[in-house]
Write a protein that binds this ligand. Structure first.
Ligand code: KG4
Ligand code: ZN
Length: 357
């Protein structure tokens, strides 16, 4: 693989994935290693912060070695270092940011403390097969859908401003909560998606409120409605209560139908907000990212919406939808091109950081 020096080393440890990536000056991803901690957290049904930070410390040597190996590179090839500064779990962030700061300081390299969301925003421009990244256009709209965020953002010459935010739960969060209540193992979002593929969304239909006044997202109402329906199905004996579904094939059809209706309403809400924005000011390009951007229905529907409305669409490649370090390295590369950098001695992590700052 041809590549241009120097490389950007990316580090991402904001939640339960330990990730290390090497991206070259053209935005080619030479390596993107992600070590998930699924097994460590599965007994608890969700991420345990204290376990997650310890796991990062344990996993980092192997994960970084794998990334350098895959890229055929050494630390001498690295020209800049980037790590996530937040938002996320504080102990987890501290591990990655401290490693990044130490490498940058010791080797006198430029350092970038990257906002996790900034990483997601530009990830749809990465290529999954080692080609250079696409140069993001000067102006575009970003939709970030993850476990912590549901945001529509306007990006203008690298500057980001908020257009639509969630007032309560994030989209991925409700996928996880609904799945957990049904008895699915962590992480629930992808399993809910899979089961919804087998369901008929027309048996239960949830209303999506249109936009009145300022647009916003809200997913807690949909979550409550879905959970109420689930209770009703349990009372009616259509779905056994208190079950743990390790075998997804055993999940009853009624539950699949409910999940299909839930997923359908969740995606219709996205479409409704996009329609609203597009009617006020046509979108120049829509870039969709975040863990929930792996959702099958979301991808199909947004492809159709974009084609109908002649909006150029960039759906994040599946490998970069969930948390990864390639997106952090690429956001840093773009910052570097704009002449931005941070002093590794004076950066701190934060569990909550507004975005845009
Ligand atoms: O971006 P990400 O890896 O981490 C955060 O920054 O939150 O997103 C993780 C979220 C989780 O809530 C997970 O359940 C959800 O993305 N997710 C999905 C799918 N794959 C991952 N939700 C719905 N459908 C999927 N296929
Ligand atoms: Zn994320």
């Amino acid at each position: 693989m041809s590549r241009s020096h120097p490389l950007v080393l990316g580090i991402e440890t904001s939640c339960d994935d330990t990730a290390c990536a090497l991206v070259d000056a053209g935005g080619r991803v030479l390596a993107s290693a992600v070590s998930s901690q699924l097994r460590a957290h599965r007994p608890y049904g969700g991420v345990v912060p204290e376990i997650a930070s310890r796991e990062h410390l344990t996993n980092w040597p192997a994960v970084s070695a794998a990334a350098f190996d895959q890229a055929g590179a050494t630390l001498d090839d690295v020209g800049a270092v980037a790590a996530t500064r937040g938002p996320g779990l504080i102990g987890c962030l501290l591990v990655g940011l401290s490693i990044g700061r130490a490498i940058a300081f010791a080797r006198r390299l430029p350092f970038h403390a990257v906002h996790h969301l900034e990483g997601h925003v530009f990830s749809p421009f990465l290529s999954p097969d080692g080609a250079p990244a696409e140069e993001p256009p000067a102006r575009f709209t970003a939709l970030v859908v993850s476990g912590g965020h549901t945001s529509l953002l306007a990006v203008d010459e690298g500057r980001v401003s908020s257009l639509v935010e969630t007032r309560d739960d994030a989209m991925g969060e409700v996928f996880d909560k609904v799945g957990k209540r049904l008895g699915l193992a962590y992480p629930q979002g992808p399993k809910v998606d899979l089961l919804a593929e087998r369901g008929d969304p027309r048996r239960f239909r949830f209303r999506v409120h249109g936009v009145r006044g300022e647009p916003f997202f809200s997913y807690s109402g949909l979550k409550t409605q879905t959970l109420r329906r689930l209770e009703a199905l349990e009372r009616a004996g259509e779905v056994p209560a208190g079950e743990r579904w390790d075998d997804l094939d055993a999940v009853p059809q009624a539950a699949c139908d409910l999940l299909a209706a839930f997923r359908d309403a969740a995606v219709r809400q996205l479409e409704s907000r996009l329609r609203h924005l597009h009617a006020r000011r046509p979108l120049e390009l829509l870039a969709v990212s975040g863990g929930v951007a792996a959702n099958r229905l979301l991808r199909r529907r947004l492809e159709r919406w974009a084609a109908r409305n002649r909006v150029p669409l960039r759906l994040v490649p599946l490998v970069y939808a969930g948390d990864n370090a390639a997106m952090i390295a690429y956001a840093a590369l773009l910052r570097q091109r704009r002449g931005e950098a941070d002093d590794p001695r004076h950066v701190a992590v934060a569990s909550r950081i507004p975005f845009p700052p």
